[in-house]
Write a protein that binds this ligand. Sequence first.
Ligand code: BTN
Length: 247
Amino acid sequence: MNFRRFHYVTTDSTSERAFAALAAGQAQHGDVHVADAQTAGHGRFGRPWYSPAGEGVYASVILLPPPPPWHPGAVTVGVSLAMFDAAQELGLASAWLDWPNDLMVADAKLAGALVETRGLDPKHPHYVAGIGINVRQRHFPSELTNERPVTSFALAGIDVATETVERKLLDCLSRRIEQIDSTPAELEVDFVHATGLANREVIVRHGENEERGVFAGFSFSAGLLLHLPGGRERRLALEFVRSVTRA
Ligand code: BTN
């Protein structure tokens, strides 16, 4: 993948910059919008993303897939695995993925991804993969830590520069995005491995409902397979699965 890098010292949100480039017809596959700091970084469910200057990686990558269409789940999984690979390769062997795209160390969040598409045109699909990685932060605001535990490479004992993490992330992303076309089944297997959910009892939130069962399989096309009590099975389409957690 050829990455063109667009750098901002400070911007509202790198994902907004990526969407602005798309709207202006100036975007190419592999364009990366990165900032040292964001004033309005956002995450899933409209949550703010803490983006202090020089302490994290704040990057949004534009993906313009060629035909045939990619399954949207494959993009999310590819991006999540790229964060996971980067953490592992930089020495965080205990990192794991909290379904679908929170990168964790023990019970604390190290990084997250938000894959967005706006005004979807099926003939010209586009994705903006916004990725935030905590690298050098040693303190987080209490509004954040009151909600859930948060960590960074520095707090996990890895002294690494944000530039190094960004480079590693893009290397890993390039490999994983290629796999969407070449070996999607490997993405599925690696994702299940990174979540550590195989054969575990889990709670799945999908739509407004909740289901409890044993995690028995996962594929982009068939969704998630749960084994329920009494030998019953339940398949859940990926687009409706909001979270999968250990019971
Ligand atoms: C999440 O875990 O909820 C996803 C967080 C995504 C944050 C990144 S930081 C770079 C990009 N710009 C944004 O405004 N959001 C994403």
